[in-house]
Design a protein around this ligand. Structure first.
Ligand code: HGY
Ligand code: MN
Ligand code: MN
Length: 422
């Protein structure tokens, strides 16, 4: 069958929603938290149990499974010829994660393969599913660490030596959970990559649109800021003599909020983590360690925000008599997806009767790393009330099913994408 006809020949093919729903619920049973979400921080035992379950489903589908040196799991359905069309995402979560963030994309990709197998169709290229390690970066920074190493964006040794916020070394935890694999990184470059994900923001719901054809991912700047002051007695130390890291941390948090307000547009700033030492009621802290998450779709504005923050840190260190040091945790420039993949997602979404809009991604995703090695793109479905990184994260079944059917036909269409000219 000529490649061009291949896609049109299967337009009626649909995923099995019940089967996909059952798998989403089964994975969500692993380390559930109150409210219906999950806590499976990267390389914890809970992450291992989730990995084991997904690997068992890959085995049942007869996929060729490789585990690489940073624990990425790649399952390939070896039909057809040449480099595979790959989909996938992550199954690690933040501490207060929802059941869809990442997991939906991995399980929908498995469902695409199983639906093709059920229909006894044989795509002209292999189809692959990637389960990337530590996409969240919540325990081991940076975020998207596994896919970054997969595409050669970070040396393996550097990744293995990353230290978790709770102490252990990445490489040791990977060994401990039994996912230190033999496959080298950089890994196999796919022919094309498309990731299905919940939007995690309010745009699709606000616009009453079902599908997002994602055009780009905004730039991300993560820093750890350490403020060293002088521990002192809370009762006896006059305010004028204090060098108080907790106060400085609060001023930094307020500065970030005001900077986002001043910049407006897509600028977002978050202080998500503050640790005080010794963290006691009657002690002026000796040290504050906080994280800054600063993002913008525009690289020049992101750089300007970073420069303004650096100036403020220098000023407040001088005025409060504290010592401030910073450590970069993540720094990714904005990524633009391949027009052909965006067009494909948009046209297939319309063909299947969905409302669709083009939009940037506020969250980071593995697709932004895959875009370094092959034509890549993403499909979004709405998040109810735009909530995510929260157990209350929710997406309607009808939207989840629609997204998976678009993934099915986008992957099949990408098997006939002409070779990139680069
Ligand atoms: O941080 C992010 O945007 C993603 O959830 N890792
Ligand atoms: Mn995610
Ligand atoms: Mn996430």
């Amino acid at each position: 069958m000529p490649l061009a006809d291949f896609r049109n020949h299967h337009l009626g093919l649909k995923i099995n929603w019940r089967r996909l729903e059952d798998r989403i619920n089964a994975l969500a049973e692993i380390s559930p938290i109150d409210g219906g979400g999950n806590c499976r921080l990267a390389l914890t035992d809970e992450d291992k149990y989730g990995r084991d379950l997904v690997v068992s489903w890959m085995q049942n589908l007869g996929l060729d499974i490789t585990i690489d040196v940073v624990g990425n799991i790649i399952g390939v359905w070896n039909v057809g010829h040449g480099a595979p069309v790959m989909s996938g995402s992550h199954i690690d979560t933040v501490r207060t994660g929802g059941r869809f963030d990442g997991c939906y994309g991995v399980l929908a990709a498995l469902e695409v393969i199983e639906s093709c197998q059920d229909a006894k169709i044989s795509p002209p290229r292999p189809l692959a599913v990637g389960v990337f390690t530590d996409e969240e970066g919540a325990r081991f920074a940076p975020d998207m660490l596994g896919s970054l190493v997969y595409v050669g964006g970070m040396p393996v040794e550097q990744a293995l030596n990353v230290v978790a916020i709770d102490g252990p070394r990445f490489g040791d935890e990977l060994m401990r959970i039994g996912y230190a694999g033999p496959a080298p990184c950089p890994g196999l470059s796919p022919h094309a990559f498309v990731e299905l994900h919940i939007e995690q923001g309010p745009m699709l719901e606000a616009n009453r649109v079902r599908i997002g054809a994602v055009t780009s991912v905004q730039g991300i700047s993560w820093q750890e800021v350490t403020v060293l002051g002088q521990s002192n007695h809370a009762g006896t130390t006059p305010m004028s003599l204090r060098h108080d890291p907790a106060y400085v941390a609060a001023e930094i948090t307020v500065f970030l909020r005001n900077l986002a307000r001043e910049f407006g547009g897509d600028q977002v700033c978050t202080v998500g983590k503050i640790d005080l030492h010794p963290n006691l009621t009657n002690v002026v802290p000796a040290k504050a360690t906080l994280t800054l998450d600063v993002r913008n779709t525009d690289e020049a504005l992101l750089k300007l925000a970073e420069a303004k923050i650096a100036d403020f840190l220098a000023q407040i260190a001088a005025s409060e008599g504290v010592k401030i040091s910073t450590r970069e945790l993540s720094r990714f420039e904005p990524v633009i997806f391949d027009d052909r993949v965006i067009d494909c997602v948009e046209s297939i979404a319309k063909q299947q009767g969905n409302t669709v809009q083009r939009m940037p991604s506020g969250a980071g995703h593995d697709a932004q790393m895959m875009a370094r090695v092959c034509p890549s793109g993403m499909i979004f479905v709405p998040s109810v009330k735009g909530i995510s990184h929260n157990a209350a994260e929710f997406t309607q079944d009808v939207d989840l099913e629609a997204g998976a059917n678009i993934l099915l036909h986008t992957m099949l269409a990408l098997t006939t994408l002409e070779e990139s000219q680069n």
